[in-house]
Design a protein around this ligand. Structure first.
Ligand code: FE2
Ligand code: FE2
Length: 190
C-alpha cells in the first residue's frame, strides 16, 4: 500500500513538472535536469544564480546543475538495484539547494556564518518563489550541509544530493586551484 502511494506521488510529481513546462514539451529522459532548470528559471529567480560565484570561478548556477546531474547519476545506479527514487524531487531539490540568492563572498557581517545558515536561507527564498515544494525537496535543501549542520537528511533523495554536493564542491575547489599551463594557445589544467 505504501509503495502504491509512493508510486502515485512520484507520478503526480512528474506530471506537475510536465504541466509546468513553459514550452509544453514532454519531460525528456535525456535531459531532465535542463528541463526542470528551464521551468525554475521561468517561474522563479533561478536565473539569478548565474550572477553569483560558488567555488573557484564556477557560478552557483553551474554548481547546482552539476550537483543535480551527479545526484541523478547516483540515483540511476540505485534504480537499477530496484530502489525507487523520486527523480523530479531529487532534481528540483538539487537545483534549489543553494538558492540563497546573495554573493557569499561579499564581506557583509550577515554572511559570516554562511556555511551554517545558507540551507535555511535557500529554503526561505525557494518557498517565496515556489508554493508547491514537496517534503523531499524541502528536506534536500535544508539538510544538504550535513554534517556541518548536524541535522541529517531523512529521505534517500536528500542523502544523494548531500553526497553529490560534497563530491562536486571538492572537485570545483580543487580544479579552481590547479594552475593552468599554456600549450600553443590552449589552456590546459594540470
Ligand atoms: Fe550549499
Ligand atoms: Fe552546493
Amino acid at each position: 500500500m505504501t509503495n502504491e502511494l509512493e508510486d502515485r506521488a512520484m507520478c503526480e510529481s512528474r506530471k506537475s513538472c510536465a504541466e509546468a513546462c513553459p514550452t509544453h514539451c514532454e519531460t525528456s529522459p535525456i535531459d531532465e535536469v535542463a528541463h526542470i532548470a528551464q521551468v525554475l528559471e521561468t517561474q522563479g529567480r533561478f536565473g539569478l544564480t548565474r550572477s553569483f560565484i560558488q567555488h573557484g570561478t564556477m557560478s552557483v548556477h553551474a554548481h547546482v546543475i552539476s550537483v543535480a546531474r551527479a545526484g541523478l547519476a547516483m540515483a540511476e545506479r540505485l534504480e537499477r538495484l530496484g530502489i525507487r527514487i523520486d527523480r523530479a524531487s531529487l532534481i528540483r531539490g538539487a537545483l534549489l539547494h543553494d538558492y540563497f540568492l546573495y554573493d557569499w563572498h561579499d564581506p557583509d557581517p550577515s554572511h559570516r556564518l554562511h556555511g551554517f545558515t545558507h540551507p535555511f536561507a535557500a529554503l526561505a527564498r525557494a518557498e517565496e518563489d515556489f508554493d508547491d515544494l514537496t517534503e523531499r525537496e524541502r528536506n534536500i535543501i535544508s539538510r544538504h550541509m550535513f554534517p556541518l549542520v548536524p541535522i541529517p537528511p531523512t529521505c534517500r533523495e536528500a542523502w544523494l544530493v548531500c553526497l553529490a554536493d560534497k563530491v562536486c564542491a571538492l572537485h570545483e575547489t580543487i580544479a579552481g586551484r590547479i594552475p593552468k599551463r599554456s600549450t600553443g594557445g590552449k589552456e590546459v589544467s594540470l
